[in-house]
Write a protein that binds this ligand. Sequence first.
Ligand code: TMP
Length: 399
Amino acid sequence: MIKKFLDLGKQPIANRFLSSSEQFKDEYFFNLEVGFDEDTKLVSLLQQPNKEQMFNNEYPYRSSGSETMRKHFQMIAKDIKEHFDPKLVLEIGSNDGVFLKNFEKIGYRHKAISVEPCSNFAKETRKLGFQTYSEFWNDQTAENILASHGQPDVIYSSNCACHVSDVDDFLRCAKGIITDSGVIIIEDPSMEFVLQDNAYSQFYDEHAHIFSIMSLKNILEKNGLQIFKVETLPYIHGGSKRIFAQKKEKGTQLISLSVYDELARERRLGLDHFSTYEQFAERVEKNKNKIIELLTRYKNENKKIIAYGATSKSTTEFNYCNIESELIDYIVDTTSEKIGKFSPGKHIPIISYEKGWNDSIDVSYLSAWNYKCEIMRKEKEYLLRGGKFILPMGNVEVI
Ligand code: TMP
């Protein structure tokens, strides 16, 4: 049974940045509510917009938009080569090719193919020479790949499985195509980090689920798969976990201690109890009140406040906390697809970093809080001249 614990109100499509004010009146909104499944322990949105509304040829989020992510994908490509020496790697959800690109450097160009439903990005990876299926991941796509390329022995999917409403189907199709001793590597934002950091803005339209290891274990087992290793990625998407899985009956990898450790820790933290999620919802409400109070105080002191990063997560934050351009003058961002547009729902203007980041700013709402370390390193001068960053997650901090 699925029990609701969080209501984040009416929310728009998190990554649909609007080009002009004419689009404001027709903007799509849905109720962002989150529930806990008592049987599988999975945390999911109660309602998700159609996948075509979210993932289409105008999808603006570039995985290569930060140094953190570029390095991350370099490292995992190298690890896959070293540990599994695959004959064929299939990436599900390849975005702009930030992972695939590394296979060229390590002499694996013809050993990596991908699936990416956003055709603007699929075009880019094809240009780089990687066969890319511009389709959603399903039986038909799996069949087409099998017919043309044979069975992959590694499937890698980063920040994608959690986007898929029918996660059983996602896993069933992956199991259906992989070799018997093949490995499925999935990494997504982690429920443990969400609870630890009050990171309620991990919930937005695209994140149909936020996985715990125990929920993934339950779902994988239902589909004849088994986790054999877990890695923690604290700097990726606000805190992620990477799981390595194999066929339960045929897999050849030994089960690492990391699996038992993770499950034991999650039980200690209460991730299997509804009350843990109810308490989280109470903290989220407090976080909202605190952030509004803080922004209002700075505004009354005539401080110039902007936001740093037009992130999908900040769509949830701004809409849930009702933060509009009366409080935040504009958002700076480096992504060309977002510059000159307006944020979803609250319509705060987005301007380029070059134009918008200057000495007149007193306070920056760190909407790209998941890149805190990278941004703090980059913005030392701003901090030294007395500029402040508001960290919206956790207990709300000012740096
Ligand atoms: P995300 O949180 O949805 O991944 O989006 C991150 C956004 O933040 C993306 O649009 C790029 C932007 N960004 C900057 O503008 N400057 C930066 O230094 C970093 C790290 C990200």
